[in-house]
Design a protein around this ligand. Structure first.
Ligand SMILES: CC(C)(COP(=O)(O)OP(=O)(O)OC[C@H]1O[C@@H](n2cnc3c(N)ncnc32)[C@H](O)[C@@H]1OP(=O)(O)O)[C@@H](O)C(=O)NCCC(=O)NCCS
Length: 254
């Protein structure tokens, strides 16, 4: 990914970036950890397994590098606050109230999305993990989504399940209210890619835009943006560990 290919923050644009972790060299992790603030570092240390710690570090390092490139402050200088349901945003001291972001981490890959003025949410999942797909769909998906899943050929069900799952998560994360939103009261269709709401949910399907990416053969990534009427130009790009290392601020190179 060329640095000059990065889209500047501008109205009606959103950027989605992902980073696959399979080839990240071992010595990288302490360098990326040094980008994180004390609270993030303390959270990283608390993970029991490296396979969970590393995606956490990578997602937060990626976000910080993206903010550095897009909003001109060194990656290790950003501060964050949490909203009522835990959704992070930039610290008010940065005076960038319009900038909205969201991040997601799973085993083997992470993703970040950034935009101006719009609620945004992202979710990445590893599709190979052993999960009782039908049980989860039965307890979390809307009736129309369960029917869609059951009517799909067996060989396509796993990919379909994770498309629906990541879309539902991305919508919830854009919304920011976490799991207080009833998962079975909104439903996605994939063709066309759209959301529908039960009458109990006061939201407008036409205000939302979604996209699905397959960043690696074993991951699915979805983005949700509430544009409120004007279509958003979404760019989706892969970032490599070499990109991050090249963009490390001098203070964190060690
Ligand atoms: C916390 C939650 C927002 C996402 O959790 P998740 O999918 O397990 O994790 P992700 O990696 O995608 O996202 C976590 C990141 O989202 C952000 N986040 C936390 N709370 C958030 C909220 N309320 N809204 C949006 N983003 C939030 C944080 O940056 C967090 O990363 P961090 O913990 O490293 O700071 C929430 O939706 C959840 O607990 N989901 C459980 C999964 C589930 O039952 N899904 C059903 C889908 S059908």
């Amino acid at each position: 990914m060329a640095v000059n290919a990065w889209q500047p923050l501008a109205p009606h644009r959103a950027g989605l970036w992902w980073l696959a972790l399979a080839n990240v060299p071992l010595e990288t992790w302490s360098r990326w950890m040094s980008l994180l603030d004390e609270e993030e570092q303390a959270r990283a240390v608390r993970f029991v397994h490296e396979r969970d710690r590393q995606p956490f570090i990578a997602a937060h390092a990626l976000l910080r590098i993206l903010l550095q490139q897009l909003a001109g402050r060194p990656a290790d200088a950003w501060r964050f606050v949490s909203g009522s349901h835990g959704k992070p945003s930039l610290h008010p001291d940065h005076r960038l109230d319009r900038l909205a972001f969201n991040l997601s981490h799973t085993r083997g890959a992470v993703a970040c999305a950034i935009t101006l003025d719009h609620a945004i949410g992202v979710d990445i999942e590893q599709v190979e993990r052993s999960t009782r797909l039908v049980d989860i769909a039965d307890s979390h998906f809307a009736p129309a989504e369960r029917a869609l899943l059951r009517s799909a050929p067996a060989a396509e069900q796993r990919a379909l399940f994770f498309r629906l799952w990541t879309l539902k998560e991305a919508y919830i994360k854009a919304h920011g209210d976490g799991l207080s939103l009833p998962l079975d009261q909104f439903a996605f269709t994939l063709a066309p890619l759209a959301i529908g709401f039960d009458p109990a949910i006061r939201d407008d399907p036409a205000a939302w835009q979604f996209c699905i990416v397959t960043p690696t053969p074993t991951h699915i990534l979805s983005l949700a943006v509430r544009h409120g009427g004007t279509t958003i130009a979404v760019t989706a790009d892969q970032v490599t560990h070499l990109d991050i290392d090249r963009l490390m601020p001098a203070s964190a190179r060690g």
